[in-house]
Design a protein around this ligand. Structure first.
Ligand SMILES: [Cu+2]
Length: 118
């Protein structure tokens, strides 16, 4: 009888372990971030953009404005630039190792956005 109780106890124990390890969905830590930035009417939206230092960041520029003014985006700080085809998403990976406020602009600096790394 004691043996039977022990076996049942053991089975219960195994079941509980199995339950926790295999049947609960694992929580995944997400530290990448993609932010959509709309390019239209002379402004980047949203701006300012605030992110945490060291987190992965991709800005996905979606250009609505067909005027040549909007065709490039430039991050002077990192020497990064990209052509933005109209009505398409263009992804740019942004370094966030350094804290600060960084400006991004079109080639004529009429469009201006601010990225804050905090
Ligand atoms: Cu411009």
């Amino acid at each position: 009888m004691i043996l039977l109780t022990n076996i049942i106890g053991l089975l219960l124990f195994v079941f509980v372990i199995w339950w926790f390890w295999f049947s609960t969905p694992r929580v995944q830590k997400v530290d990448s971030k993609i932010i959509d930035v709309i390019v239209d009417n002379g402004v980047y939206t949203p701006s300012p953009i605030e992110v945490k230092q060291g987190q992965e960041l991709t800005l996905r520029f979606i250009r609505k404005d067909a005027s040549p003014c909007a065709e490039k985006v430039i991050f002077e700080k990192w020497n990064l630039s990209a052509d933005l085809p109209v009505e398409q998403a263009t992804e740019i990976k942004i370094p966030t190792e350094e804290k600060g406020e960084f400006i991004f602009t079109c080639q004529m600096q009429m469009y201006r956005g601010i990225l804050k790394v905090i």
